[in-house]
Design a protein around this ligand. Structure first.
Ligand SMILES: [Zn+2]
Length: 768
């Protein structure tokens, strides 16, 4: 008997394909794929919502809870009618039998009916009434290719079945009985009559009261079936490809309302950007604390008759990063005491592996504080900083930030790594910014401890939680450094156009960074507020560059429009006081103040910075009584020497720095009767670097372009004499640059000033 029961124990009779369905965090449908058999069939839910359950039982099978799968009374009555007519006319089928019929999809014959009866009895042995009802509701036809209650609820009411009113549940309950006959447009009256009859029956059965019944009857039936929403097609495609996901109905962390708004903002902007030939865009919004995705717009909307690759999910595609990695370098260097926020970094012409990186505005500041260089996104200081920090170390930082696509050795990227010479996705980048901000929050919240695994990629699966593996005392990015990085990013320069104030204003504190890749192919803008990270990419999915494709022009306005619709948090970033300390800093250089620094200011720096480098630029100089000339103890009596603290930059930095900083005082010249004490370089070659390999490009008509050698001389209006390979080639006054056209091979440039000081540099002209 037991063996027989086991053998006879039925399985779920439905072997059908289901639609892949993605909902937001409250269960509202965002996007769905049609099932493989061409039906819209959402997977079985756990249970049938109360109102529909009452309606369907009342309409189809009143004794559902009391019969064993077959209702003898109605079966006998139906059989009598059927035999009289010689064919199957009236059902007499219980919901259990109908469930079996839905699973078999056979012609209605007497034999089939007996099989149904047998299988229905067996189904009741293996499943509870609730389970059977759920099977029925999930596979019942609701007209056209709409199968199942959830599907129908979305199709007719755009809402989950659990939110249906009595009138709506009643309308859906009368549909499966004859979905072909009753149709929203063709037989509206009939549908309405049937629905109201069911509502009356519910009143009769005391399931609803009179008032509910009357009000429900007043509810109109929907005009027409609605198209299934397509609010997250790229996320749907991404989830479909995720082998770890086993469910066909995926509840995500998205906020459906926000998703709609973000789609509108993006499409509106892309519509305008199309004029400039920019056809695609993507936006990702994350919750900082959980890392959860709130909005996922993988691409802008397709425009009729245009193939702009709108199906490409740009959020998950790797693209050249432009400047958006710069904050991570700044933060890592602050964490390790390699810089302080105001430390001066050189901003002078330089070349790396044969090419000269340029600042976006094509000017040089000579020297600029690290925080300003970051806020202004200057390229040369970033390259100089990476040179100091080391490529291999920086790649390891990026990997710890879960930017795993930067996975080649440092030599492969060279120093252009920091300028977009590598690729990452909006997904990884937003995840890294969110992790950084989260780390700061958790540090303050968890009494100055870091989460063991606080840096992770974003998540869109609802209910998935990251395990906290405990706490640690230090982290590769310190809380103080993260705080100062976000602070520097709140000072990002807005574009100078008139309307920009409006466009880039926000009630919230926003730390943000833009980026533009080589050849204007990718424009990025990523912003961090108290609670959110918003990432925007614009460009062409096929990779074509456009001159207007600049992060600040194309993507930043979208960023700020999205930030405007986010719930206001009005929060500044939490200050990790225990990871910060006040130190004395040289006002001129931004380094820790040494004994020769003149003006000293107090500044908040990461706690680790106490062992940082002292100011290398201030020194004590010896002047004569007029203070117009430098002297030494060899040429001036000690009692006549005036000692003064002086801020002196190397000549190449000074050359540009003094143009932008009128307060900068040039070191007075050495008095003629004094010998150079060799304490400072009187002159310096700015370009090329020593040992540089230089490639001379060709102009439009094929002629080789000359090379411009630049030098700086500390003395105002000083004269310099130039020699190339021991041959005199000319002299310069004030502005020191000279054009030469050397042959392929090694060369030496030598300059001499009027005092006989010389400076020599070798370089090589190469073919490409
Ligand atoms: Zn100093």
């Amino acid at each position: 008997m037991i063996i027989a029961a086991i053998l006879l124990r039925p399985k779920n009779p439905f072997k059908v394909p289901y639609s892949m369905v993605v909902t937001d965090s409250s269960g509202v449908l965002l996007s769905a794929h049609i099932a493989k058999d061409g039906q819209w069939r959402f997977m079985e839910s756990d249970s049938v919502p109360y109102k529909f359950k009452k309606c369907i039982i009342c309409y189809e099978d009143k004794r559902f809870y009391y019969h064993p799968g077959v209702d003898i009374f109605s079966l006998v009555r139906a059989a009598y009618h059927d035999i009289k007519n010689g064919k199957i006319v009236s059902g007499g089928s219980t919901l259990t039998m109908q469930t079996i019929r839905l699973s078999r999809n056979q012609d209605r014959t007497f034999t089939e009916k007996f099989i149904e009866i047998f299988l229905a009895l067996r189904l009741e042995l293996g499943f509870s009434k609730e389970e059977i009802l759920t099977m029925y509701a999930s596979h019942a036809p609701f007209g056209g290719n709409t199968v199942g209650l959830e599907t129908a609820s979305q199709r007719y009411f755009s809402r989950p079945a659990s939110t249906l009113s009595w009138a709506e549940a009643a309308m859906l309950a009368v549909l499966p009985n004859n979905p072909a006959l009753i149709h929203l447009s063709r037989n509206r009256e009939k549908l309405l009559t049937k629905r109201n009859a069911l509502l009356d029956k519910l009143l009769e059965e005391k399931i609803i009261d009179k008032e509910t019944c009357e009000l429900s009857k007043d509810e109109p039936i929907p005009e027409k079936p609605l198209p299934y929403p397509e609010l997250a097609p790229h996320l749907l495609a991404r989830i479909s490809l995720d082998k770890k996901n086993t469910s066909n109905i995926v509840k995500t962390t998205l906020d459906g309302k926000l998703q709609r708004q973000v789609i509108n903002i993006l499409n509106r902007h892309i519509q305008n950007l199309r004029i400039s030939g920019i056809n695609n865009g993507a936006v990702l919004v994350l919750d900082v604390k959980t890392g959860n995705v709130l909005s996922y717009v993988g691409n802008s909307k397709a425009v009729d008759n245009q193939d702009d690759a709108n199906d490409v999910d740009v959020i998950n595609s790797v693209r050249s990063t432009g400047s958006v990695l710069k904050p991570f370098l700044y933060c890592a260097m602050l964490s390790e005491g390699e810089i302080l926020p105001k430390t001066l970094v050189a901003d002078i012409p330089m070349q790396i592996s044969g090419y000269m990186p340029k600042n976006y505005r094509l000017t040089y500041d000579g020297a600029v504080s690290a925080d300003k260089a970051l806020a202004r996104s200057l390229n040369i200081p970033a390259v100089k900083m990476l040179q100091q920090y080391g490529g291999e170390k920086f790649i390891s930082v990026l990997n710890k930030l879960k930017i795993s696509s930067v996975n080649k050795p440092a030599d492969y990227y060279g120093l252009s790594l920091i300028l977009g010479g590598c690729e990452a996705s909006l997904w990884q980048l937003c995840g890294a910014y969110a992790s950084m901000a989260r780390c700061l929050y958790n540090y303050v919240k968890n009494e100055n401890k870091y989460d063991e695994n606080g840096f992770f990629q974003p998540n869109f699966y609802y209910g998935k939680k990251y395990k906290n593996l405990g706490f640690k005392n230090s982290n590769f990015l310190s809380a103080g450094a993260i705080y100062l990085t976000l602070k520097a990013l709140t000072q990002v320069e807005r574009p100078e156009e008139e309307q920009s104030h409006e466009m880039f204003s926000s009630d919230m504190v926003v730390a943000w960074k833009t980026g533009t890749s080589f050849g204007f192919r990718d424009a990025w803008a990523i912003g961090v507020t108290g609670n959110y990270v918003v990432g925007v990419w614009t460009g062409n999915a096929d990779g074509e560059g456009r001159p207007d494709l600049v992060g600040i022009k194309a993507s930043a306005p979208i960023l700020f429009d999205v930030i405007k619709i986010l719930p206001k948090d009005n929060k500044t970033f939490p200050v990790p006081y225990d990871d910060l300390m006040k130190v004395n800093v040289c006002k001129n250089s931004g380094y820790l103040a040494g004994q020769n620094c003149g003006e000293i200011i107090q500044e908040l720096v990461p706690w680790t910075q106490s062992s940082s480098k002292l100011c290398p630029y201030c020194r004590l100089v010896q002047l004569d009584v007029t203070e117009n000339f430098r002297v030494t103890s060899d040429c001036e009596a000690v009692e006549n020497i005036v000692n003064k603290k002086w801020f002196v930059l190397p000549p190449a930095m000074e050359f540009y720095y003094k143009k932008h900083n009128p307060d900068y005082k040039i070191l007075p010249p050495l008095r003629n009767d004094c010998k150079n004490d060799n304490q400072d370089l009187p002159l310096q070659i700015i370009y090329p670097d020593n040992g540089a390999k230089v490639f001379l490009p060709k102009g439009f008509s094929g002629e080789i372009q000359p090379m411009v050698i630049e030098a700086a001389c500390r003395r105002n209006n000083g004269k310099l004499f130039w020699h190339l390979d021991d041959k005199y080639i000319g002299q310069t006054l004030g502005q020191h640059s000279i054009s030469v056209l050397p042959q392929k091979g090694k060369h030496v440039i030598l300059i001499t000033d009027e005092d006989g000081n010389t400076f020599r540099r070798s370089f090589e002209i190469i073919d490409r």
